[in-house]
Design a protein around this ligand. Structure first.
Ligand code: FDA
Length: 368
């Protein structure tokens, strides 16, 4: 038998949960990561005493009590509630679309007035079968909300005009006829007290981790170390891109330290105008109700993805879906490799979903 039971490629939440659970079952694991830190995309870097989310704002939310209890068993979570605001041409609007937003847009004060306003806007357009994202959004919400709060933001996110984007991207647009700015509907929501690194440290306690090593640089040597491989990197790369590359959207983050205590009064401010190049500004201290003298903000710019850039959002269109299926067929035939996580499954996952998926794979693998 080899030195390790499992070689886990990638120390993101998927790899960390898997390794933790395997260790709990008496197995010996080695985790490797090509980055110089563990945790994958939930990693935070401390700047000015503030946990700065390095790969985009991360807010934990779930309806699943078991998953909530699971993460809280490693680190206590605070009661942060995500209440983003949108800035459009010098005016602020509450999100998600709710009575506060409708009051700000139209001065309406009752749910019935808001419903009537939206309905009359939709009816005036008379769109029968939406053929693109713009028509889809207009037919769901009407022109005021679409123009001010959806159009520019979506076009920046995808780098394309809303009339060139498929309608299926927006299936529904949640509207709420209460004065409730809570972005998520889930029962549980919060940020780990002390940051996400605490969660990752808890998961990886007493597990051997080697950083700044790329699996593909010494593939055969790594393979020789363990009986089973848990692979959480890119599935197309695992198979040497033999069916072509899977495509992504990327992001660029610009972090700035400001010598003020409070820069924007909220963790998340969306910039919904097309002309502003970034989609949002994150002020990290507000995730943890920080009182540090300075502040750190991050501007988020959507970008075209090229193979040197971080792959953030999979593009699940017909072409990529069919390419992924071919890789998945190969993966299904492997006997000692487990594929999991957002890159190996070519799927957008929230954190609670990744944890759920890792725990499920664990129970399948260990036949529990
Ligand atoms: P993850 O990418 O974290 O880990 C994979 C690891 O594998 C990386 O550390 C990588 O370096 C390593 N790796 C890859 N190839 C390798 C190789 N060849 N050799 C060695 N190591 C290799 N979710 C949520 O619930 N609430 C939120 O608010 C957000 N916000 C958010 C914002 C943005 C911008 C994004 C892109 C995503 C979110 N998420 C989120 C989703 C969340 O980030 C996601 O669910 C998890 O981080 C996924 O964990 P994984 O382990 O799958 O991948």
């Amino acid at each position: 038998s080899r030195e390790y039971d499992y070689l886990v490629v990638g120390s993101g939440l998927f790899g960390s949960v898997f390794a933790h659970e395997a260790k709990k079952r008496g197995k010996k694991c080695l985790i490797i990561d090509k980055r110089d830190h563990a945790g994958g995309n939930v990693y935070c870097k401390e700047v000015e005493g503030i946990n700065v989310h390095q790969y985009g704002a991360h807010i934990f939310h779930t309806n699943d009590k078991q998953i909530w209890d699971y993460v809280n068993s490693f680190v206590e979570f605070n009661r942060y509630t995500n209440t983003p605001v949108a800035l459009y041409k010098d005016k602020l609007y509450n999100l998600p679309f709710n009575m506060n937003t409708f009051y700000q847009l139209w001065g309406v004060k009752t749910p019935q007035e808001a419903k009537d306003k939206i309905q009359s806007q939709i009816e005036a357009l008379d769109i029968k079968e939406p053929s693109n994202l713009e028509e889809q959004a207009l037919s769901l919400i009407g022109p005021d909300i679409y123009e001010k709060l959806i159009k520019g933001y979506t076009e920046k996110q995808w780098g394309r005009s809303a009339t060139e984007l498929p309608a299926f991207i927006i299936k529904r647009l949640p509207v709420r006829f209460t004065y409730d700015n809570n972005y998520f509907n889930d029962k549980y929501q919060g940020i780990p007290i002390g940051g996400y690194n605490k969660l990752v440290e808890g998961l990886l306690k007493d597990i051997e981790v080697r950083l700044s090593v790329d699996y593909f640089e010494n593939r055969e040597e790594w393979n020789a170390l363990a009986d089973t491989i848990v692979f959480t990197g890119k599935i197309d790369q695992y198979y040497n891109y033999e069916f072509g590359q899977l495509e992504y959207r990327s992001l660029k983050f610009e972090h700035e330290t400001h010598d003020v205590e409070n820069y924007q009064g909220n963790a998340v401010v969306n910039y919904t105008e097309r002309e502003v190049p970034f989609t949002r500004i994150i002020e990290h201290k507000h995730f943890e109700f920080g009182t540090q003298p300075k502040t750190v903000v991050t501007k988020e710019y959507p970008e075209e993805w090229t193979s040197e850039k971080e792959p953030y959002y999979p593009i699940n269109d017909a072409k990529n879906t069919s390419t992924f299926k071919k890789y998945q067929e190969l993966a299904d035939k492997e006997t000692n490799v487990i594929f999991g996580g957002r890159l190996a499954e070519y799927r957008y996952y929230d954190m609670h979903q990744i944890i759920g998926s890792a725990l499920k794979q664990v129970s399948v693998h260990f036949q529990e």
